[in-house]
Design a protein around this ligand. Structure first.
Ligand code: ZN
Ligand code: ZN
Length: 386
């Protein structure tokens, strides 16, 4: 039996696991906790309750990391998994936010992170996975990268990620797997192995190339924009800006940005705006794929072309302020600085009369409501089964 390492833990129960379960390269903490529990023959809930009884671990988004709950938990996991503490600290969503210089807290949904929409231990949105990565019981594990909203497909297998069980359609919730199921690649509800696709399409060459590029930026912590090398934070800022630009164009294809994208070679006539006006991270995979495909195209547009077509269409610096929150990324300044700035009009206080919402706003609110109802129905089904 291994000795307790007093220097790293105060918890007397923490010593390397009887059935060793190292944290794998790129594995998420959710995945490790579940695999470690099942390997010892207990449920994920029993496992976390045994080691950290004062915390209801599964009510949190575990992949964020435990910095906001109790940083001792990372040290404990390092001992249990016989893994360096740095590896635990690095393989968290919070760490990615830190690299991107994004402010994070325990309450706010992190930028670029797919929410799980938790209600106690239950998630109303499934955990993303590649069904081909799930075929081998013993090797199956979940990657932290799959939680990022810019991750839409598995590079190794060229398959889209999916979030529901292909047999019963319920959201995939590995934290609810029972000990007798043994492996993480099972549906908690119908107990099927998650080895089938839920989609009838495969990633296009464009999506695949985007995924390779984004992975490379993540790995090297830098990328190229308008011919200049920029750090990873600037690269992702620019990507989000382009995604939002595509959304602006989709809202009004016949207006300024719709025309600009058409000039730059993107035909939006066959496409439609995301059904909800939610932020990119909350959109379903199919909608994120469309936005990413076009943003990837825009990533390759050169500085001179941007300037030329913006000037042709009388696009000014002000045109890019499409919402109060818009921040024009630093990497775009080569283009932005070349455009004229119109003195902003004085803000007039609006009358307090009732203004009816636009049809577009009503439809977006309606779609958000439908999404809520669908998630509620899945949760109710889950409650009835318990
Ligand atoms: Zn895969
Ligand atoms: Zn199922």
């Amino acid at each position: 039996m291994a000795k307790i390492n007093q220097s790293v833990t105060q918890n007397y129960r923490i010593r390397p696991l009887t059935f060793s379960t190292p944290l794998l390269e790129g594995e998420s903490l959710t995945s490790w906790l579940i695999r470690a529990a099942l390997r010892q023959g207990c449920s994920p809930l029993t496992f976390t309750h045994y080691y950290w009884p004062e915390h209801r671990i599964w009510t949190y988004d575990v992949d964020k990391g435990f910095k906001y709950i109790n940083s001792q938990i990372h040290s404990d996991i390092a001992v249990l998994a016989v893994t360096a503490i740095d590896a635990i600290n690095n393989q968290t969503l919070i760490n990615f936010s830190k690299i991107l210089s994004i402010e994070s807290s325990s309450k706010v949904a992190l930028l670029w992170t797919q929410p799980l929409s938790k209600r106690n231990r239950y998630s109303r949105i499934g955990y993303p996975y590649c069904y081909e990565c799930m075929t081998n019981n013993k090797e199956a594990h979940l990657k932290l990268q799959w939680r990022f909203t810019w991750s839409v497909c598995c590079i190794e297998h060229r398959k889209f990620l999916q979030v529901d069980c292909p047999y019963c359609n319920l959201p995939y919730q590995p934290q609810l797997i029972e000990p007798e199921q043994e492996f993480i690649n099972q549906c908690h509800s119908c107990h099927h192995k998650l080895d089938k696709t839920t989609l009838d399409t495969i990633p296009s060459e464009v999506v695949y190339k985007f995924q390779l590029l984004a992975n490379q930026v993540l790995y090297s912590k830098q990328g190229t924009i308008l011919g200049k090398v920029v750090d990873i934070a600037e690269w992702f800022d620019y990507l989000l800006f382009l995604i939002n630009l595509v959304r602006q164009a989709l809202k009004n294809p016949d207006y300024m940005f719709g025309k600009l994208l058409l000039e730059l070679g993107i035909d939006l006539s066959e496409l439609s705006s995301p059904k909800t006006s939610l932020r990119f991270d909350f959109l379903p995979l199919e909608e994120r794929i469309v936005l990413i495909e076009h943003a990837y195209y825009l990533l390759q547009v050169e500085c001179d072309d941007w300037i030329y077509y913006c000037q042709e269409l009388d696009i000014t610096q002000n045109s890019f302020q499409w919402s109060k929150r818009t921040i024009v990324p630093k990497a775009f300044s080569q283009v932005y600085d070349q455009l004229p700035k119109v003195p902003s009009r004085e803000y007039k206080k609006q009358s307090s009369g009732i203004h009816p919402a636009s049809l577009e706003a009503v439809m977006a609110a309606w779609s958000r409501l439908q999404r809520k109802i669908e998630m509620r129905e899945s949760y109710d089904k889950h409650l009835k089964k318990e």
